[in-house]
Design a protein around this ligand. Structure first.
Ligand SMILES: Nc1ncnc2c1ncn2[C@@H]1O[C@H](COP(=O)(O)OP(=O)(O)O)[C@@H](O)[C@H]1O
Ligand SMILES: [Mg+2]
Length: 246
């Protein structure tokens, strides 16, 4: 890269990689033993690719997503997202990374009970320096995208499980991050609604060239994505598809 771009010091703009894991291991100490949640996991995902992370419960999917989100860090190895080495981020850049570089859809939603759908979806935009009119527009767009335009004023307690899931997805999309990380986004949905959600995430990737990682044990997701990472007991057992390599 340096040879073709002499003197250019900014991160290589032509780098096609959105996410890379290099020999990532994660060990959690517990009272009885050290649990190895990830063990020597390496892969590279190109920008604009949709990838499913599959494996049985306990295989390390959430741990992998949390690392890509900058919510957790490797015990050894390195994680790079959008050219940023997460372990090198200090407090403020780390907040900015979590807020702007990645959009996260949590397995347990983490919606705030006393806030409306609109207010919950607005949360990632709070620290952004954008006019309130522009914020409102983005929030309403994200809510409409997940099909909840007529329920923006509801509280979480007034929604079904599937609707809560969609609010969590709208909140993950509203910040317009280049990397979307969704943990079991179809977990609470029947198969028709589940595939609608996956189609929505895939469309977001196709239309806006976003990189989307979907952790799931729902094998139907595999029909919709470009690539697959298979985990077994924290180890990468297989990589398949396009836009992804070992
Ligand atoms: N904070 C933690 N402390 C101890 N063990 C953990 C912690 N988080 C995850 N684990 C363990 O790491 C392994 C992988 O967990 P996880 O990433 O949640 O898997 P998955 O999302 O595929 O179900 C499991 O054995 C789990 O019990
Ligand atoms: Mg999980």
């Amino acid at each position: 890269m340096a040879a073709t771009n002499p003197g250019v010091r900014s991160p290589t703009p032509a780098d096609p990689t959105a996410i890379s894991f290099e020999s990532v291991s994660k060990t959690y100490p517990t009272r009885s033993e050290a649990v190895s949640a990830l063990d020597g996991v390496s892969f590279r995902i190109d920008k604009g690719t949709t990838v499913a992370v599959v494996g049985p419960s306990g295989s390390g999917k959430t741990t992998l997503l949390n690392m890509a989100a900058g919510l957790d860090f490797p015990t050894s190895g390195s994680v790079k997202v959008a050219g940023i080495l997460t372990s090198e981020l200090q407090r403020e850049p780390l907040q900015k990374f979590r807020n702007e570089t990645v959009g996260v859809v949590f397995q347990q939603f983490f919606l705030i009970d006393h806030l409306s759908v609109f207010q919950n979806v607005s949360v990632p935009l709070i620290p952004r320096e954008v006019s309130s009119r522009e914020k409102s527009k983005r929030i309403l767009d994200a809510i409409a995208k997940v099909g909840l335009a007529n329920k923006a004023d509801r509280l979480p307690s007034e929604l079904s499980g599937g609707e809560l899931q969609r609010v969590a997805i709208a909140r993950g999309l509203v910040g317009d991050a280049s990397v979307i990380l969704a943990d079991e986004p179809t977990g609470n949905l029947d198969s028709k609604k589940g595939s609608e959600i996956v189609d929505l995430l895939v469309a977001e990737s196709r239309e806006h060239k976003k990189t989307v990682l979907i952790a799931t044990h729902d094998l139907r997701v595999l029909d919709h994505v470009d690539g697959v990472i298979r985990l077994e007991d924290g180890r990468l057992s297989k990589i398949e598809g396009t836009g992804i390599s070992a």
